[in-house]
Design a protein. Structure first.
Length: 564
């Protein structure tokens, strides 16, 4: 019998965050036995070396359902890359109907993420589900669920007066009625648009505020949409991607080139085909960005039926762009279904909630949540944060694991990526995510614990290793060819099983010259092109170190000669 998960009767109640939980948080960690025995993860071959620095921002929360879709709560300032802004929903008390103590914290870093300062709450009233935007003057704007006494709206928008100071003022009128909103802001464009916000209730609503207008106006209503995202290109094009319930799990893209006055006919990004009432379709996660004024949409796909999904079935993350692969989505990653019974239903697929960003030199980035085989003592799967990158406009993707690389096992979800990331020279990719000792949210029924808001600063180094065969009979390191060489040579090695591999080049004095590989690789034959341009003639060494998944160790070094 198929294991199904049905959505609650009123999706609008979920989206508005009207949650009533009577249990009180006490003896947080004593109520749960943490599973620290990890199951091996199937690492895919990646073409980047990933180095991650995780920093705890000291934000703690019992309210641990950060989003019903994808998050956008961290942003690097393109005008000053050392400045970073972040928001995070917290409730440290966790008591009472609707979590009345829920607030949105604002954080600021002036030194590239090395240190973070908590500057206060965006609003003193009950708040949640924030979305961060950045205005042309680098001042932050935040759209969020916000219950203000005397207000008819359930979502409001706040903006800073001075970047980084956290002195927020509410700037909207009473037209906003939805949550899971996204902000689009016209950075680096002369468009008259100032702020766009997108919200979901029973339909998708787009609101606009212009420089010469102090109020917001609803400029688009998309019936049957259940989730959506918005982005604005450098030339002012507004793009919207959304998941539709007509039919269930369909994904569309629309755009406007006249500041939202008119929109294009919806373009199908993913169209499910139902067989016996089931189909592969979009669920909750999708995100959108522009590169050189071309839209890129990332989204999750799982096995669907009307009003629900199958959590134990495989799932996928895709990328779509109109000029990519003939308009057909390209797979970024996939995973088998959830291994646990998962009594806590947070509506997560095994590959879930992708978000997209871009670097200043044009690399596309997608961060997402990927389930581990590990479960806690009641059957909820743990999750990791993964990062994928593409240097060829989305045709191929390299990917690697960001979290749970050391220390106690934790559940990491609700990843957010800065829409813009200055990675060169000497820059980083900026991620924010929630990390918890207990998998599954307390909001949806898991045991209470204090979840953390974590910041990850990721370095991507292009890796020149090429997989030329997927089969290998033994561990080996071949002699480079040609040898002697000037200025380039090839180095080949093979591994018969999945292993963690390091390959480095050393001078005759033992000084490390270059590290080519420092990652997990699947079994196969690999080739590296080594370019000695810039080095002096002489003897050099290359060393291969391998630790296989079955516990085998292989180390070997060889000598090569550079003659100029």
């Amino acid at each position: 019998m198929k294991h199904k998960i049905f959505f609650p009767v009123s999706l609008a109640l979920i989206l508005l965050g009207i949650l009533y939980i009577n249990s009180r948080a006490s003896e947080f960690e004593l109520m749960h036995t943490e599973n620290t025995n990890r199951i091996a993860i199937d690492f895919s071959t990646v073409c980047f070396n990933i180095t991650t620095m995780e920093i705890d921002t000291n934000a703690r929360t019992l309210y641990d359902l950060q989003s019903n879709s994808c998050t956008r709560y961290i942003w690097q300032d393109p005008n000053n890359p050392l400045r970073l802004f972040a928001v995070f929903m917290v409730d440290k008390i966790g008591a009472g109907p609707g979590f009345p103590d829920r607030r949105v914290n604002y954080f600021y870093s002036s030194n590239g993420g090395n240190n973070w300062s908590y500057t206060g709450n965006v609003s003193s009233y009950r708040s949640g589900y924030p979305c961060l935007g950045l205005q042309q003057n680098s001042a932050v704007c935040v759209a969020m669920n916000n219950i203000v006494p005397g207000s008819n709206g359930s979502v409001h928008i706040y903006a800073e007066n001075i970047p980084g100071y956290g002195n927020f003022q509410r700037i909207d009128t009473e037209v906003i009625l939805a949550t899971n909103q996204k902000i689009g802001s016209t950075i680096n464009t002369s468009s008259i648009l100032k702020i766009l916000t997108l919200g979901v209730l029973d339909s998708l609503y787009l609101f606009r505020k212009t420089d010469n207008n102090t109020s917001y106006s609803a400029i688009r209503n998309i019936n049957s949409a259940t989730n959506g995202n918005i982005s604005v290109s450098e030339n002012g094009t507004i793009g919207i991607s959304y998941i539709s319930s007509a039919p269930t799990g369909t994904i569309f893209f629309i755009n406007s080139t006249d500041n939202g006055t008119t929109f294009s006919t919806p373009v199908p990004v993913w169209f499910p085909k139902f067989i016996n009432g089931d189909s592969l379709g979009g669920l909750r996660g999708l995100d959108l960005t522009f590169k050189n004024n071309t839209p890129y949409v990332v989204f999750e796909i799982g096995k669907r039926f009307i009003n629900g999904f199958y959590p134990k079935e495989p799932s996928l993350i895709y990328c779509w762009s109109p000029n990519l692969n003939g308009g057909n989505p390209v797979k970024i990653d996939s995973a088998g279904g959830l291994t646990g019974s998962n009594p806590v239903n947070d509506v997560f697929l095994s590959c879930s909630r992708p978000v997209i960003g871009i670097t200043n030199d044009g690399v596309l980035l997608t961060a997402y949540c990927r389930a581990r085989p590990d479960t806690d003592n009641v059957g909820n799967n743990y999750y990791d944060i993964w990062l994928a990158a593409s240097t060829d406009n989305g045709n191929t993707w390299c990917k690697g694991q960001i979290t749970n690389t050391s220390g106690p096992l934790r559940d990491n979800r609700y990843v957010s990526i800065s829409p813009l990331n200055q990675t060169s020279p000497n820059g980083f990719v900026h991620l924010g995510y929630q990390s918890d000792s207990i998998p599954g949210s307390y909001v949806d029924g898991s045991n209470p614990s204090f979840a953390r808001f974590m910041y990850a600063r990721v370095t991507l180094t292009l890796n020149e290793v090429k997989n030329i065969s997927t089969s290998a009979e033994k561990f080996s390191l071949e002699q480079n060819y040609p040898n002697p060489f000037n200025p380039s040579t090839q180095i080949k090695f093979s591994i018969p099983e999945k292993s963690f591999v390091t390959l480095k080049i050393y001078s005759a004095e033992g000084k490390e010259i270059k590290q080519f590989v420092n990652q997990y690789l699947n079994s196969g034959l690999y080739n590296i092109d080594f370019d000695g341009t810039g080095l002096t003639s002489g003897v050099y060494f290359y060393k291969l170190e391998v630790s296989s998944s079955s516990g085998k160790i292989f180390n070997e070094s060889k000598k090569m000669i550079l003659i100029k």
